[in-house]
Design a binder for this molecule. Structure first.
Ligand SMILES: [Zn+2]
Length: 324
């Protein structure tokens, strides 16, 4: 653009442009009306540190010069710079988003239950879906492949009943069953042994035995007296997007009352605008978070039944347990 000739006038116009345009650029990113930012975008070295602390059985060091995480067998994973098209924060998310880098997966800060408890009147911010971006290359390395691929690069699937399932993966050989004792009907949750997730979940179950009777009663009520189920491993896509692999297909996620349909954002009435709902007791969420699991109820696109092993989002340092 050709600006008027006088140099000082040009500078003034440029400043005015930046001044008036910057809110348009940054306001959707930062939720400034609440005075709190959910944008994390940590520097690459901090991203690497968080992943090294979270996954000590698989990641051994960080090559700062190449900005790559290095695995136990020398495998390398680009950390990235956090840049990523804003796929899964759109509503509904478009069907096929490119797999995010580790840096992109930490771009939105996860607010734990100790910091914020979302309610209908104080829901997650627009775009606050921390953890919905998943570093799938690293997950393949740690947890196994969720499906075989067709010649054209698409995932191999088969119709099982009415549901489209992923087939030909090798996650199943890494699974272990963890008894779930909180519901009236005992169930086994199939979950990955890599990173000791089965051990972390067993610790959650043991600790849940000690939560208050009020929380247990609330959980049993939403659990429908045994009519609903809990589930872990499930080789499928996420419900909202036809080709985005579900974390359940890697055996790293748990749904704790999946038939209730009470607090998944797509099941809620949206015709009169956005409305946040959750029925899970805060005490139960806090236990999961302490052991490295984030909660889907902290998402704007809330999934209140959903927990997922993501210690890097919680800033936790996990002890090594040995690879399966
Ligand atoms: Zn889930």
């Amino acid at each position: 653009m050709k600006l008027p000739g006088c140099r000082s006038l040009r500078i003034v116009l440029i400043f005015l442009g930046i001044f008036f345009l910057s809110p348009l650029i940054f306001a959707p990113l930062a939720a400034p009306m609440y005075g709190i930012s959910i944008q994390a975008a940590p520097a690459a070295a901090e991203v690497a540190r968080r992943f090294l602390n979270a996954y000590p059985d698989f990641l051994v060091s960080y090559d700062a010069r190449k900005n790559e995480l290095i695995g136990w067998d020398g495998a390398r994973f680009p950390v990235g710079d956090g840049a990523y098209a804003d796929c899964p924060t759109q509503s509904p998310p478009p069907p096929c988003c490119p797999p995010p880098s580790p840096a992109a997966s930490l771009r939105i800060r996860y607010r734990a239950t100790t910091e914020h408890w979302p309610t209908e009147n104080d829901p997650p911010f627009p775009g606050e879906n921390a953890g919905r971006l998943r570093p799938l290359a690293l997950w393949n390395y740690m947890y196994g492949s969720p499906a075989a691929k067709n010649a054209d690069g698409s995932w191999r699937t088969a119709l099982v009943g009415k549901r489209l399932e992923l087939v030909g993966g090798d996650v199943e050989k890494n699974l272990a069953a963890v008894p779930w004792k909180l519901a009236a009907n005992d169930a086994n949750i199939r979950i990955n042994r890599a990173n000791g997730i089965n051990q972390r979940l067993a610790a959650v179950v043991a600790e849940l035995e000690g939560v208050s009777e009020a929380a247990r009663a609330q959980y049993r009520r939403i659990h429908g007296g045994g009519k609903t189920g809990v589930s872990g491993f499930y080789p499928r896509f996420i419900r909202a997007a036809a080709c985005e692999i579900s974390p359940h297909a890697f055996g790293v996620a748990i749904d704790i009352h999946w038939q209730a349909g009470l607090d998944y954002w797509l099941d809620s009435p949206q015709s009169d605008g956005y409305r946040y709902r959750s029925v899970i007791p805060r005490e139960i969420v806090a236990v999961f978070e302490r052991h490295g699991f984030i909660w889907g109820g902290q998402w704007r696109h809330y999934d209140g039944m959903h927990f997922e092993y993501r210690p890097e989002l919680l800033g936790l340092t996990m002890p090594p347990v040995g690879r399966p």
